[in-house]
Design a protein around this ligand. Structure first.
Ligand code: ADP
Ligand code: MG
Length: 484
């Protein structure tokens, strides 16, 4: 039997407002426990929530970025349940009239093809507090700082068909919210986490299978691993004659498995009702137009422009547009050197390699976009060769020089293109390598091309890397062949 995987994601994005969604308490990460939860966040009797305008603007910006319908009216509902990290007994959310309607997101797959994933809706809600299980021997600590932090929950249609597609979708959402600046997207700090709904069905069957929901997965890798485990578990279960039950599961990264937490609750378990303390949110066209006019160029548009206008490959365009910082860095390098392909190669090659080695993000690159652009210009105008360029890059990285030109000057890396000078070095190397010359002469003509590498290396060494490699190659061949 051939099985098909069906996946839908509910992504929770923490919005980057300075204060909570219904109160003035700070949302800053990492404060002492319970120092940033006020009476409103705790829902104490007599308090009244006030909606944070910034949270609304951010949610709408997201909606516009995914080409969603933005309904004129949205409404907050109370979702009633008790849990120690939700002592007020309800979460304010949007059940029936969310702020963002149906939209879609384009994802890019490993083979550089794209696919559209539909978004069912996105709604605003408040986060709950946090239970702390460490440090409290036999007890649970409660930190309510996070209570009332604004979340945008983005609910996809069940349009994904593999773990890879789910990860690509999550990356696309991450890239959109960070481009918009509406979230820091920091998954390690919980600013983005998702519930992964997974089911399987026999290939060719129209009806969906029963799904399990894996709660609170907080990394791209975990999403893939949780799905891989869950798909296998469900297929095995069904093939052994069992049935998948609709339930909430937990992913344990240590054991690489999902475990049942509880059976799924239904909407009526939560006794949703419109929040009597908050007015419906009404958005007019002028407000939407204003927000639309403020949207930055988004990742999908940038990717398309990098391909169509700059002639980059789909792969390069995708890598360079994935983060806004990376895209802006690349565009500045390109502006300075004027060659998109070279700029793309350097940013993805030498620069990304060095950043990865030292675990630095591109905003903290020791080599600025201006410096890298100038360095590439010196390669393009033949001032230095590729090998020297790497030396210059390293020097700039280590802070040994203000600019490419300064490093070239200080280290004497200017490329030697003077034929006379190169010929003199070649003559010297030939004179000092009688054994290799003999070997060259005595070998089969088709093997000589490979043997020439030794001589090129010696000449480059003699020039301290500054000779023009194409000229060295050409002249060497002439001179050696003249000895035959
Ligand atoms: P609920 O209201 O119970 O959370 P929804 O219908 O809103 O359920 O769906 C929640 C998420 O589950 C959505 O992202 C949706 O795409 C996904 N989903 C729904 N049915 C399936 C299924 N059979 N297999 C995989 N994902 C599903
Ligand atoms: Mg749900």
């Amino acid at each position: 039997m051939q099985w098909e995987t069906v996946i839908g994601l509910e992504v929770h994005v923490q919005l980057a407002t300075r204060s909570k969604i219904f109160s003035g308490a700070s949302t800053a990460f990492g404060a002492e426990p319970n120092t940033q939860a006020c009476a409103v966040d705790l829902g104490l009797p007599g308090v009244l929530p006030v909606l944070n305008e910034q949270a609304v603007a951010m949610a709408v910006q997201f909606g516009l970025a995914v080409h969603a319908e933005i309904p004129e009216v949205s409404v907050f509902d109370r979702k009633n349940y008790f849990y120690p990290d939700l002592p007020k007994g309800y979460q304010t959310s949007q059940m029936y009239h969310p702020i963002v309607g149906a939209g879609e997101v384009e994802i890019t797959l490993d083979d550089d093809t794209t696919k559209r994933i539909r978004i069912h809706h996105a709604h605003l809600e408040e986060d709950a507090g946090k239970s702390l299980h460490e440090d409290f021997h036999g007890m649970t600590g409660i930190d309510l700082n996070r209570a009332g932090t604004p979340l945008l929950e983005i609910v996809s249609e069940p349009d994904m068909r593999s773990a890879k597609e789910a990860a690509a979708y999550l990356k696309a959402i991450h890239s959109i919210v960070t481009y918009l600046g509406i979230s820091d997207g920091n998954m390690a700090e919980g600013s983005m986490r998702c519930d992964v709904n997974v089911s399987v069905r026999p290939k060719g069957q129209d009806a969906f299978g029963t799904r399990a929901e894996i709660k609170n997965v907080n990394s791209f890798r975990f999403v893939e691993r949780a799905i891989a485990f869950e798909v296998e578990r469900q297929i095995e279960l069904i093939e052994d004659g069992g049935k998948v039950v609709q339930e909430t599961r937990l992913f344990d990264p240590e054991r690489d498995e999902t475990r049942s937490m509880r059976t799924k609750e239904e909407a009526n378990d939560y006794r949703y009702f419109p929040c009597p303390d908050l007015l419906p949110v009404v958005l007019d066209q002028a407000y939407l137009d204003h927000l639309r006019s403020q949207l930055p160029e988004l990742p999908a548009d940038k990717r398309a422009r990098f391909q169509s206008k700059l002639g980059l490959s789909a792969y390069d365009a995708n890598v360079l547009s994935a983060s806004r910082d990376m895209a802006e860095f690349f565009e500045e390098v390109h502006r300075v050197c004027g060659d998109a392909k070279q700029a793309a190669n350097w940013v993805q090659g030498e620069l990304s390699g060095a950043l990865n080695r030292e675990n630095l993000s591109i905003q903290h690159s020791p080599v600025s976009a201006q410096q890298l652009g100038e360095l590439i210009s010196r390669v393009l105008d033949d001032t230095i060769n590729g090998k020297a360029a790497k030396q210059v890059f390293q020097a700039l990285w280590n802070g040994q020089g203000e600019s490419a030109d300064a490093v070239i000057e200080a280290k004497g890396l200017k490329q030697v293109t003077d034929t006379g000078a190169i010929e003199a070095m070649i003559d010297q190397v030939i004179a000092e390598s009688p054994a290799q010359v003999a070997q060259y002469r005595d070998s089969e003509p088709e093997k000589r091309g490979k043997m020439i590498g030794y001589f090129v290396g010696q000449v480059m060494k003699a020039s301290r890397g500054t000779a023009n490699p194409q000229q060295v190659n050409g002249l060497l061949k002439e001179k050696l062949d003249a000895l035959l």
